[in-house]
Design a protein around this ligand. Structure first.
Ligand SMILES: C[S@@+](CC[C@H](N)C(=O)[O-])C[C@H]1O[C@@H](n2cnc3c(N)ncnc32)[C@H](O)[C@@H]1O
Length: 286
């Protein structure tokens, strides 16, 4: 299999997270070359947007965040469906429009004691900025997004359709979703597999599922460079203030493709900042 070079319409997953690669999916697909013979291995799955758009026949994907993995497992086994999500978000959205902040806090408490995938979806879509953050005890602690009318009919339908689209994709696939650390995920890679890595950024958004230190980044680089398969690693390269020296020091000698994109700090155009993203490629056996 060659990756879909021109992804016509990027499939957007039902959840959001920091560092989501929706805007970089085309760039990734254009730059990754893989025979498609083995498995797509993705140890830092996050929202799953890369997996869903690459759409390989076989995959083993994982994350330390069990909530993300549980959600996709439930879609895979048919427990979570578009109509179920629609009914739930309609009902919960109504309660949110009546109770606002108080109701949001109530659902957050409920999630932190029972952790259902439906509440995970609800919180992810009503919290501040679609953030995913957990305290030291693994409890979800993102504040309310202050949009009581968030769950309009159109918005709920969109999320339900996103769940249905994933369910459809999963139907004819051999994909395994696992909760595990990247070290375990990279322990059983074969020559024909392809490994895509999108680790957390060093020094940013550290939380229960994202304890990522400079030492982790160095260990990942050394481990990845010894893999028997092809691989691609997403990493920020620079913005107007900083350059990522980790890439020069630990990924030297490999091909790095780049893509610039813009992000906003605050609401105005004047606070628009460019970020240069890199894709480090290791295609030694191709
Ligand atoms: C930058 S995000 C991945 C974003 C993803 N590519 C997307 O487009 O949505 C990094 C992910 O790594 C996970 N993670 C953090 N530390 C990990 C570890 N030690 N092993 C496996 N996954 C980890 C986080 O839970 C998070 O989902």
């Amino acid at each position: 299999m060659i990756l879909p070079k021109a992804v016509e319409r990027v499939l957007v997953p039902p959840i959001k997270c920091q560092g989501i690669k929706t805007k970089l999916v085309r760039f990734l697909c254009e730059n990754i070359t893989w025979s498609g013979q083995g498995r797509w291995i993705e140890p830092f799955l996050g929202s799953g947007v890369v997996l869903f758009n690459v759409n390989p026949k076989r995959a083993v994907v994982s994350d330390t965040n069990l909530h993300v993995i549980n959600l996709y497992r439930e879609i895979q086994n048919g427990q979570m469906t578009g109509p179920l999500v629609k009914a739930y978000l309609e009902e919960q959205g109504q309660l949110l429009s009546q109770g606002g902040q108080t109701y949001y806090n109530q659902v957050r408490e409920r999630f932190n004691s029972q952790a259902t995938s439906l509440d995970f979806l609800f919180l992810n879509r009503s919290c501040f900025n679609g953030m995913m953050r957990f305290n030291r005890k693994g409890q979800y602690n993102v504040p309310y997004g202050h949009k009581p009318e968030r769950f309009s009919k159109a918005y709920v339908t969109k999320i339900a359709n996103q769940v249905d689209a994933i369910a459809l994709i999963l139907r004819d696939k051999q994909w395994e979703f696992r909760v595990r650390d990247w070290r375990e995920a990279l322990g059983s890679v074969h020559e024909d597999d392809f490994v895509y890595l999108d680790p957390p950024y060093v020094g940013r958004y550290a939380d229960y599922f994202n304890q990522w230190t400079a030492a982790d980044a160095v260990e990942l680089a050394a481990y990845t460079r010894s893999l028997p398969s092809g691989f691609a690693v997403s990493m920020w390269l620079e913005n107007q203030y900083r350059h990522n020296h980790h890439v020069d020091e630990h990924w030297a000698g490999l091909t790095v493709r780049t893509e610039s994109h813009f992000y906003h700090l605050g609401a105005t155009q004047s606070l628009r900042h460019a970020m240069k993203e890199g894709l480090i490629l290791g295609n030694r056996h191709r």
